[in-house]
Design a protein around this ligand. Structure first.
Ligand SMILES: [Zn+2]
Length: 237
């Protein structure tokens, strides 16, 4: 019994520590915006997966957007409160469960719209209805939330709705591009996993690697990187 209690306490401490991890990523970056990464543990399917949820904000207007809320993060909520930020939108880089799990929770909490790509409707329909986007992206476009201007770059391959968001010198790449890696691909709608990978690599090469080399890349999992770094050192490209 005592062992069970100790094990439970240890697991609880681990979960709290994992969910509390955050990385401040505005220092020494040339962007006009600021961003903070909150690493969340995905409480689903007994997974021990971690995902990077981002808060992109403008220090002057206090406007903010949440990118890929995979799970609820108390440290992020505390930060929003402490900074008096006004959350204007939630953006999804794609519709996989580990990137959308707290869409509904934050949509209610901050009374804002959720933007997702129509290409991932299958995944959204498989998830809880309250995580469904309220606005749909269906091609390269622009979004504006007060002073925050975002270029929407569609990069299907990891999923058909794969999308990157560019704000100033920050690129939020979801599971399209990682540090020294790219997103996994699967067979989809008559296309083989290899064909989906070719599509992903073409999109990264044509649309992402052409961005300025100083662009900082914030992926959905793992460490941040840069266009410069990935252009010359990513073995998949
Ligand atoms: Zn994914």
């Amino acid at each position: 019994m005592r062992l069970k209690i100790i094990t439970f306490v240890l697991i609880l401490v681990y979960v709290l520590v994992s969910c509390g991890k955050s990385r401040d990523i505005h220092k020494d970056t040339p962007s006009e915006y600021r961003a903070k990464c909150f690493v969340v543990k995905i409480p689903y399917k007994n997974s021990s997966m971690e995902e990077n949820m981002y808060l992109l904000y403008d220090e002057n207007s206090k406007y903010a957007v949440i990118i890929d809320p995979g799970a609820v993060s108390m440290p992020m909520e505390d930060f929003i409160l402490a900074k008096s930020l006004k959350v204007r939108a939630i953006l999804n880089t794609h519709g996989h469960y580990d990137h959308i799990g707290a869409n509904g929770y934050y949509k209610e909490k901050y009374s804002c719209q959720v933007y997702g790509n129509r290409g991932d409707m299958d995944f959204y329909e498989d998830d809880e209805p309250y995580n469904m986007p309220t606005k749909f992206i269906s091609g390269d476009s622009k979004l504006e939330f007060g002073n925050i201007k975002i270029r929407v770059i569609c990069t299907p391959g990891h999923s058909m709705g794969g999308t990157c968001f560019l704000a100033g010198d920050f690129l939020f790449s979801g599971d399209t591009l990682f540090k020294k890696s790219i997103g996994r691909t699967w067979e989809y709608d008559g296309k083989t996993a290899e064909e989906m990978k070719d599509m992903l690599v073409t999109n990264i090469t044509d649309k992402i690697l052409r961005l300025p080399e100083t662009t900082v890349v914030f992926p959905g999992h793992g460490d941040a990187t840069s266009i410069d770094e990935e252009k010359y050192h990513n073995p998949f490209l």
